[in-house]
Design a protein around this ligand. Sequence first.
Ligand code: NI
Length: 169
Amino acid sequence: MLRPILRYGADALQITARPVDDFGTDLQTLIDDMIETMYAAPGVGLAAPQVGVALRVFVADPSSGRSASDLVVLVNPEIVEQEGAQREEEGCLSLPGFTARIARPAQVVLTGVDREGTPVHLEGEGLQARVFQHELDHLDGSLFVDRLQGIRRDVIVRRVRKLQRAGKW
Ligand code: NI
């Protein structure tokens, strides 16, 4: 089932999500819905807070569905290693119409568990590393715009407020 994606400004996007400890039906339904919602958007990643659920879960597929093996479902993720640097254009399903160049490490190693609770160890570089870090930010209540400073941040925030006032957000 598709779930509505919350937009920048929603309270649920600004809180720290809690770890998953129940791998039952509700979690399985949530994950299936998140995968469907991500592909329908379409997007390369989606975190549970974006659909209003304060749990540490994200789904990601940097191939946008072109390669089924690229789909990642990660529960209770943590970055255990990071290296290098990249600065690329980034967007977010919760900030439709906006992008910005964001500096992030080029390679990351993540640990967490899969949807059944089995420990996993993931390595990502380039776009995949960026998606992983972007989704992890969502679990800590942060969007890419929060990584910007000064005028680069203000421009986006002002435009969003204008859209909100016009009832178009
Ligand atoms: Ni996002």
